[in-house]
Design a protein around this ligand. Structure first.
Ligand SMILES: Nc1ncnc2c1ncn2[C@@H]1O[C@H](COP(=O)(O)OP(=O)(O)OP(=O)(O)O)[C@@H](O)[C@H]1O
Ligand SMILES: [Mg+2]
Length: 359
Protein backbone atom coordinates (compact mmCIF):
# COMPACT_ATOMS: atom_id res chain seq x y z
CA UNK A 1 0.00 0.00 0.00
CA UNK A 2 1.31 3.44 -0.86
CA UNK A 3 0.53 7.09 -0.66
CA UNK A 4 1.77 9.38 -3.41
CA UNK A 5 3.11 12.90 -2.94
CA UNK A 6 3.87 15.06 -5.95
CA UNK A 7 5.60 18.33 -5.27
CA UNK A 8 6.24 21.25 -7.57
CA UNK A 9 6.23 19.01 -10.64
CA UNK A 10 7.18 20.53 -13.98
CA UNK A 11 7.20 18.71 -17.29
CA UNK A 12 8.32 20.41 -20.48
CA UNK A 13 8.71 19.14 -24.01
CA UNK A 14 11.07 21.70 -25.53
CA UNK A 15 9.24 25.00 -25.26
CA UNK A 16 5.90 23.36 -24.42
CA UNK A 17 5.18 23.54 -20.69
CA UNK A 18 2.77 20.62 -20.15
CA UNK A 19 2.64 20.20 -16.35
CA UNK A 20 3.09 23.39 -14.34
CA UNK A 21 4.38 23.49 -10.72
CA UNK A 22 1.90 20.81 -9.80
CA UNK A 23 1.31 19.65 -6.22
CA UNK A 24 -0.85 16.61 -5.50
CA UNK A 25 -1.15 14.25 -2.55
CA UNK A 26 -2.91 10.93 -2.96
CA UNK A 27 -3.80 8.99 0.15
CA UNK A 28 -3.00 5.36 0.77
CA UNK A 29 -5.83 3.29 -0.74
CA UNK A 30 -7.46 6.26 -2.40
CA UNK A 31 -9.16 6.15 -5.80
CA UNK A 32 -8.06 9.40 -7.42
CA UNK A 33 -9.36 10.41 -10.85
CA UNK A 34 -7.51 12.87 -13.09
CA UNK A 35 -10.21 14.51 -15.18
CA UNK A 36 -9.79 17.14 -17.86
CA UNK A 37 -10.13 17.94 -21.57
CA UNK A 38 -7.92 16.42 -24.24
CA UNK A 39 -4.35 17.74 -24.14
CA UNK A 40 -4.49 19.11 -20.57
CA UNK A 41 -1.63 16.84 -19.44
CA UNK A 42 -3.39 13.92 -17.72
CA UNK A 43 -1.42 11.16 -19.43
CA UNK A 44 1.81 13.09 -19.07
CA UNK A 45 1.25 13.36 -15.31
CA UNK A 46 0.27 9.69 -15.03
CA UNK A 47 3.29 8.60 -17.05
CA UNK A 48 5.54 10.66 -14.79
CA UNK A 49 4.08 8.87 -11.76
CA UNK A 50 4.71 5.56 -13.52
CA UNK A 51 8.25 6.54 -14.54
CA UNK A 52 7.58 6.47 -18.29
CA UNK A 53 8.16 10.22 -18.70
CA UNK A 54 11.12 12.20 -17.36
CA UNK A 55 10.22 15.23 -15.30
CA UNK A 56 11.81 18.67 -15.77
CA UNK A 57 11.56 19.63 -12.10
CA UNK A 58 9.98 18.65 -8.80
CA UNK A 59 9.68 15.36 -6.93
CA UNK A 60 7.46 12.30 -6.69
CA UNK A 61 7.37 10.26 -3.48
CA UNK A 62 5.71 6.90 -2.84
CA UNK A 63 5.27 6.80 0.95
CA UNK A 64 8.53 8.34 2.13
CA UNK A 65 10.60 7.15 -0.80
CA UNK A 66 11.70 9.56 -3.51
CA UNK A 67 10.93 7.71 -6.77
CA UNK A 68 11.37 10.66 -9.15
CA UNK A 69 14.23 8.92 -10.96
CA UNK A 70 13.50 5.30 -10.07
CA UNK A 71 13.12 2.84 -12.95
CA UNK A 72 9.45 2.03 -13.78
CA UNK A 73 9.93 -1.68 -13.02
CA UNK A 74 11.15 -0.88 -9.51
CA UNK A 75 8.26 1.40 -8.58
CA UNK A 76 5.75 -1.29 -7.57
CA UNK A 77 3.10 -0.09 -10.01
CA UNK A 78 0.67 -1.78 -12.35
CA UNK A 79 -0.42 0.13 -15.46
CA UNK A 80 -3.42 -0.31 -17.73
CA UNK A 81 -3.70 1.70 -20.93
CA UNK A 82 -6.45 2.52 -23.38
CA UNK A 83 -4.94 0.22 -26.00
CA UNK A 84 -4.77 -3.22 -24.44
CA UNK A 85 -1.34 -3.96 -25.96
CA UNK A 86 -1.70 -7.72 -25.55
CA UNK A 87 0.74 -10.06 -27.27
CA UNK A 88 -1.37 -11.39 -30.19
CA UNK A 89 0.38 -14.77 -30.49
CA UNK A 90 0.17 -15.63 -26.78
CA UNK A 91 -2.78 -17.11 -24.94
CA UNK A 92 -4.54 -15.09 -22.25
CA UNK A 93 -2.73 -17.14 -19.62
CA UNK A 94 0.68 -16.40 -21.21
CA UNK A 95 -0.17 -12.72 -21.60
CA UNK A 96 -0.89 -12.50 -17.90
CA UNK A 97 2.09 -14.56 -16.75
CA UNK A 98 4.76 -13.33 -19.16
CA UNK A 99 6.00 -10.40 -17.07
CA UNK A 100 6.32 -12.58 -13.98
CA UNK A 101 8.23 -15.25 -15.93
CA UNK A 102 10.71 -12.63 -17.15
CA UNK A 103 11.08 -11.44 -13.56
CA UNK A 104 11.98 -14.99 -12.53
CA UNK A 105 8.99 -15.64 -10.30
CA UNK A 106 8.62 -19.40 -9.52
CA UNK A 107 6.04 -21.22 -11.67
CA UNK A 108 3.83 -22.32 -8.78
CA UNK A 109 3.51 -18.74 -7.60
CA UNK A 110 2.77 -17.48 -11.12
CA UNK A 111 0.03 -20.08 -11.56
CA UNK A 112 -1.51 -19.08 -8.25
CA UNK A 113 -1.48 -15.37 -9.12
CA UNK A 114 -2.93 -15.87 -12.60
CA UNK A 115 -5.66 -18.10 -11.22
CA UNK A 116 -6.51 -15.51 -8.57
CA UNK A 117 -6.62 -12.59 -11.03
CA UNK A 118 -8.58 -14.58 -13.62
CA UNK A 119 -11.22 -15.48 -11.05
CA UNK A 120 -11.45 -11.91 -9.81
CA UNK A 121 -11.98 -10.66 -13.37
CA UNK A 122 -14.16 -13.63 -14.41
CA UNK A 123 -11.96 -14.66 -17.31
CA UNK A 124 -10.94 -18.13 -16.10
CA UNK A 125 -12.80 -19.75 -19.02
CA UNK A 126 -10.80 -17.64 -21.48
CA UNK A 127 -7.28 -18.47 -20.29
CA UNK A 128 -6.46 -20.68 -23.30
CA UNK A 129 -7.73 -18.28 -25.95
CA UNK A 130 -5.72 -15.87 -28.06
CA UNK A 131 -6.56 -12.14 -27.83
CA UNK A 132 -8.02 -12.21 -31.37
CA UNK A 133 -10.74 -14.53 -30.07
CA UNK A 134 -11.84 -12.08 -27.37
CA UNK A 135 -14.26 -9.15 -27.33
CA UNK A 136 -12.97 -5.66 -26.50
CA UNK A 137 -14.25 -5.87 -22.95
CA UNK A 138 -12.62 -9.29 -22.44
CA UNK A 139 -9.32 -7.98 -23.82
CA UNK A 140 -9.39 -5.08 -21.40
CA UNK A 141 -10.05 -7.50 -18.53
CA UNK A 142 -6.94 -9.42 -19.57
CA UNK A 143 -4.95 -6.17 -19.64
CA UNK A 144 -6.19 -5.39 -16.13
CA UNK A 145 -5.36 -8.95 -15.06
CA UNK A 146 -1.84 -8.57 -16.38
CA UNK A 147 -1.40 -5.50 -14.17
CA UNK A 148 -3.01 -7.23 -11.18
CA UNK A 149 -0.65 -10.23 -11.06
CA UNK A 150 2.35 -8.01 -10.43
CA UNK A 151 2.49 -7.17 -6.72
CA UNK A 152 1.59 -3.56 -7.26
CA UNK A 153 0.98 -1.04 -4.50
CA UNK A 154 -0.32 1.53 -6.93
CA UNK A 155 -2.40 1.01 -10.05
CA UNK A 156 -2.35 3.53 -12.85
CA UNK A 157 -5.15 3.53 -15.41
CA UNK A 158 -5.10 5.67 -18.55
CA UNK A 159 -8.59 5.77 -20.09
CA UNK A 160 -8.89 1.98 -19.92
CA UNK A 161 -12.53 1.93 -20.99
CA UNK A 162 -12.66 4.48 -23.79
CA UNK A 163 -12.44 1.89 -26.57
CA UNK A 164 -15.53 0.06 -25.33
CA UNK A 165 -19.17 0.64 -26.16
CA UNK A 166 -21.37 2.41 -23.61
CA UNK A 167 -22.89 -0.73 -22.07
CA UNK A 168 -19.57 -2.53 -21.63
CA UNK A 169 -18.01 0.62 -20.28
CA UNK A 170 -20.64 0.82 -17.57
CA UNK A 171 -20.15 -2.87 -16.72
CA UNK A 172 -16.36 -2.68 -16.47
CA UNK A 173 -16.60 0.58 -14.56
CA UNK A 174 -18.48 -1.31 -11.88
CA UNK A 175 -15.88 -4.12 -11.99
CA UNK A 176 -13.06 -1.65 -11.44
CA UNK A 177 -14.91 -0.12 -8.52
CA UNK A 178 -15.39 -3.59 -6.98
CA UNK A 179 -11.74 -4.37 -7.62
CA UNK A 180 -10.69 -1.27 -5.74
CA UNK A 181 -12.90 -2.26 -2.83
CA UNK A 182 -11.50 -5.80 -2.79
CA UNK A 183 -7.82 -4.86 -3.10
CA UNK A 184 -7.77 -1.57 -1.22
CA UNK A 185 -4.87 -0.43 -3.41
CA UNK A 186 -4.13 3.15 -4.35
CA UNK A 187 -5.55 3.79 -7.81
CA UNK A 188 -4.96 6.74 -10.10
CA UNK A 189 -7.30 6.81 -13.04
CA UNK A 190 -7.20 9.15 -16.03
CA UNK A 191 -10.36 9.91 -17.96
CA UNK A 192 -12.13 12.69 -19.78
CA UNK A 193 -15.47 11.00 -19.10
CA UNK A 194 -17.17 12.84 -16.27
CA UNK A 195 -19.53 9.96 -15.47
CA UNK A 196 -16.54 7.66 -14.89
CA UNK A 197 -14.94 10.31 -12.73
CA UNK A 198 -18.05 10.97 -10.66
CA UNK A 199 -18.88 7.30 -10.13
CA UNK A 200 -15.39 5.92 -9.44
CA UNK A 201 -13.48 8.59 -7.57
CA UNK A 202 -12.93 9.16 -3.88
CA UNK A 203 -11.56 12.48 -5.07
CA UNK A 204 -11.33 14.09 -8.50
CA UNK A 205 -8.50 16.34 -9.64
CA UNK A 206 -9.89 18.50 -12.45
CA UNK A 207 -7.07 19.62 -14.75
CA UNK A 208 -6.76 22.32 -17.36
CA UNK A 209 -3.56 23.37 -19.18
CA UNK A 210 -1.29 21.40 -16.84
CA UNK A 211 -2.79 22.90 -13.68
CA UNK A 212 -5.16 21.30 -11.17
CA UNK A 213 -8.22 23.53 -10.98
CA UNK A 214 -9.95 21.70 -8.14
CA UNK A 215 -9.21 18.64 -6.01
CA UNK A 216 -12.24 17.46 -4.09
CA UNK A 217 -14.92 14.80 -3.69
CA UNK A 218 -17.18 14.17 -6.69
CA UNK A 219 -20.13 15.83 -4.94
CA UNK A 220 -18.20 18.97 -4.09
CA UNK A 221 -16.67 19.25 -7.53
CA UNK A 222 -20.15 18.95 -9.05
CA UNK A 223 -22.08 21.09 -6.58
CA UNK A 224 -19.48 23.66 -5.59
CA UNK A 225 -17.18 24.08 -8.59
CA UNK A 226 -14.11 26.15 -7.68
CA UNK A 227 -14.35 28.14 -10.89
CA UNK A 228 -16.31 28.60 -14.08
CA UNK A 229 -14.20 26.08 -16.01
CA UNK A 230 -14.92 23.26 -13.53
CA UNK A 231 -18.59 24.27 -13.38
CA UNK A 232 -18.99 23.98 -17.15
CA UNK A 233 -16.71 20.97 -17.67
CA UNK A 234 -18.88 18.80 -15.41
CA UNK A 235 -22.55 18.30 -16.10
CA UNK A 236 -24.43 17.34 -19.23
CA UNK A 237 -26.01 19.38 -20.65
CA UNK A 238 -23.72 22.12 -19.44
CA UNK A 239 -24.59 24.47 -16.63
CA UNK A 240 -26.65 27.49 -17.74
CA UNK A 241 -24.62 30.68 -17.51
CA UNK A 242 -26.09 34.13 -17.11
CA UNK A 243 -23.90 37.24 -17.09
CA UNK A 244 -25.15 40.07 -14.89
CA UNK A 245 -24.45 42.14 -11.79
CA UNK A 246 -25.38 42.28 -8.12
CA UNK A 247 -27.55 45.07 -6.86
CA UNK A 248 -28.27 46.00 -3.25
CA UNK A 249 -32.03 46.41 -2.93
CA UNK A 250 -34.36 46.68 0.09
CA UNK A 251 -31.74 45.48 2.61
CA UNK A 252 -31.05 42.43 0.45
CA UNK A 253 -28.92 41.47 -2.52
CA UNK A 254 -30.33 40.72 -5.96
CA UNK A 255 -28.59 39.41 -9.10
CA UNK A 256 -29.88 41.08 -12.26
CA UNK A 257 -29.42 40.42 -15.95
CA UNK A 258 -31.81 42.54 -18.04
CA UNK A 259 -35.32 41.76 -16.86
CA UNK A 260 -34.07 38.57 -15.19
CA UNK A 261 -33.53 38.75 -11.42
CA UNK A 262 -32.75 36.41 -8.54
CA UNK A 263 -32.76 37.19 -4.82
CA UNK A 264 -29.35 35.96 -3.64
CA UNK A 265 -29.66 36.75 0.07
CA UNK A 266 -29.56 33.01 0.85
CA UNK A 267 -26.40 32.26 -1.20
CA UNK A 268 -23.34 31.29 0.87
CA UNK A 269 -20.84 33.77 -0.56
CA UNK A 270 -17.21 32.93 0.24
CA UNK A 271 -16.31 36.62 0.50
CA UNK A 272 -17.87 40.03 0.24
CA UNK A 273 -19.59 41.14 -2.97
CA UNK A 274 -20.23 44.78 -3.82
CA UNK A 275 -23.28 46.58 -5.13
CA UNK A 276 -22.80 46.79 -8.92
CA UNK A 277 -20.20 43.98 -9.05
CA UNK A 278 -20.42 41.96 -12.26
CA UNK A 279 -20.58 38.15 -12.10
CA UNK A 280 -21.75 35.05 -13.93
CA UNK A 281 -24.55 32.96 -12.49
CA UNK A 282 -24.28 29.21 -13.09
CA UNK A 283 -27.44 27.11 -12.78
CA UNK A 284 -27.59 23.40 -13.55
CA UNK A 285 -30.65 22.25 -15.54
CA UNK A 286 -31.84 20.10 -12.61
CA UNK A 287 -31.70 23.09 -10.28
CA UNK A 288 -34.46 24.88 -12.17
CA UNK A 289 -37.99 23.69 -11.53
CA UNK A 290 -41.48 24.68 -12.61
CA UNK A 291 -42.76 27.55 -10.46
CA UNK A 292 -45.72 27.10 -8.12
CA UNK A 293 -48.20 29.71 -6.80
CA UNK A 294 -46.31 32.38 -4.91
CA UNK A 295 -42.81 31.53 -6.22
CA UNK A 296 -40.70 34.34 -7.58
CA UNK A 297 -40.54 33.01 -11.12
CA UNK A 298 -39.23 33.74 -14.60
CA UNK A 299 -41.77 33.46 -17.40
CA UNK A 300 -40.78 32.32 -20.84
CA UNK A 301 -41.63 30.09 -23.77
CA UNK A 302 -40.59 26.51 -24.39
CA UNK A 303 -38.42 26.33 -27.52
CA UNK A 304 -37.18 22.72 -27.56
CA UNK A 305 -38.15 19.51 -25.77
CA UNK A 306 -35.85 16.49 -25.53
CA UNK A 307 -37.29 13.36 -23.89
CA UNK A 308 -34.38 11.63 -22.10
CA UNK A 309 -36.22 8.50 -20.95
CA UNK A 310 -36.14 9.00 -17.20
CA UNK A 311 -36.94 12.70 -17.48
CA UNK A 312 -37.35 15.50 -20.00
CA UNK A 313 -34.92 18.22 -20.92
CA UNK A 314 -36.57 21.47 -22.01
CA UNK A 315 -34.95 24.55 -23.49
CA UNK A 316 -36.94 27.72 -22.92
CA UNK A 317 -36.47 31.39 -23.81
CA UNK A 318 -36.73 33.92 -21.02
CA UNK A 319 -36.65 37.37 -22.54
CA UNK A 320 -33.54 36.72 -24.65
CA UNK A 321 -31.90 34.22 -22.29
CA UNK A 322 -32.17 30.53 -23.20
CA UNK A 323 -32.03 28.13 -20.25
CA UNK A 324 -32.09 24.33 -20.20
CA UNK A 325 -34.19 22.83 -17.41
CA UNK A 326 -35.21 19.34 -16.43
CA UNK A 327 -38.83 18.25 -16.12
CA UNK A 328 -40.28 15.04 -14.76
CA UNK A 329 -42.25 12.84 -17.16
CA UNK A 330 -45.49 14.15 -15.60
CA UNK A 331 -44.51 17.75 -16.25
CA UNK A 332 -44.55 17.28 -20.00
CA UNK A 333 -44.78 20.49 -22.00
CA UNK A 334 -44.81 21.35 -25.71
CA UNK A 335 -42.80 23.72 -27.85
CA UNK A 336 -44.41 27.18 -27.93
CA UNK A 337 -46.16 26.80 -24.57
CA UNK A 338 -45.62 29.38 -21.83
CA UNK A 339 -43.51 28.19 -18.91
CA UNK A 340 -42.60 29.60 -15.48
CA UNK A 341 -39.50 28.37 -13.67
CA UNK A 342 -37.74 29.15 -10.43
CA UNK A 343 -34.36 28.22 -8.93
CA UNK A 344 -33.04 27.40 -5.48
CA UNK A 345 -30.34 30.00 -4.96
CA UNK A 346 -28.48 27.75 -2.49
CA UNK A 347 -27.74 25.33 -5.34
CA UNK A 348 -26.55 28.04 -7.72
CA UNK A 349 -22.93 29.01 -8.35
CA UNK A 350 -21.63 32.54 -8.84
CA UNK A 351 -18.32 33.16 -10.57
CA UNK A 352 -16.34 36.36 -10.59
CA UNK A 353 -16.25 38.26 -13.85
CA UNK A 354 -12.61 38.06 -14.92
CA UNK A 355 -10.86 35.11 -13.33
CA UNK A 356 -14.02 32.99 -13.06
CA UNK A 357 -13.32 31.98 -9.45
CA UNK A 358 -16.28 30.91 -7.33
CA UNK A 359 -17.76 33.73 -5.26
N1 LIG B 1 6.49 13.69 -26.48
C1 LIG B 1 5.89 14.88 -26.57
N2 LIG B 1 6.48 15.93 -27.20
C2 LIG B 1 5.86 17.14 -27.30
N3 LIG B 1 4.65 17.40 -26.76
C3 LIG B 1 4.01 16.41 -26.14
C4 LIG B 1 4.59 15.10 -25.99
N4 LIG B 1 3.72 14.32 -25.31
C5 LIG B 1 2.65 15.11 -25.04
N5 LIG B 1 2.82 16.35 -25.53
C6 LIG B 1 1.88 17.49 -25.42
O1 LIG B 1 1.57 17.65 -24.07
C7 LIG B 1 0.20 18.02 -23.90
C8 LIG B 1 -0.48 17.09 -22.94
O2 LIG B 1 -0.56 15.79 -23.49
P1 LIG B 1 -1.24 14.58 -22.73
O3 LIG B 1 -1.09 13.37 -23.58
O4 LIG B 1 -0.72 14.51 -21.36
O5 LIG B 1 -2.77 15.06 -22.68
P2 LIG B 1 -4.05 14.30 -22.13
O6 LIG B 1 -4.66 15.19 -21.11
O7 LIG B 1 -3.70 12.93 -21.72
O8 LIG B 1 -5.01 14.29 -23.40
P3 LIG B 1 -5.98 13.12 -23.98
O9 LIG B 1 -7.25 13.22 -23.18
O10 LIG B 1 -6.19 13.54 -25.40
O11 LIG B 1 -5.29 11.81 -23.84
C9 LIG B 1 -0.40 18.03 -25.29
O12 LIG B 1 -0.46 19.34 -25.75
C10 LIG B 1 0.58 17.21 -26.10
O13 LIG B 1 0.60 17.65 -27.43
MG1 LIG C 1 -4.16 11.02 -22.46
Amino acid sequence: MSSVAIENLDIRYGSVHVVKSLDLEIKDGEFLVLLGPSGCGKSTLLNAIGGLTDVSGGTIHFNDKDVTWVDPKDRGIGMVFQSYALYPTMSVERNMSFGLKIAGVPKAEIDKKVKWAAELLQITHLLDRKPSALSGGQRQRVAIGRALVRDADIFLFDEPLSNLDAKLRAELRLEIKKLHKALGSTMIYVTHDQIEALTLADRIAVMKDGIIQQLDTPLNVYNKPANEFVGTFLGSPAMNKIAGAFSAENDGLVFRSGSFSLDVSGYPFAGKVEDGQKATLGLRPEHLRLAREGDAAWSGTVSLVEPMGSDILAWSDFDGITLSHRLSQEEHCDVGEPVSVTADVKKASFFEENMGARL
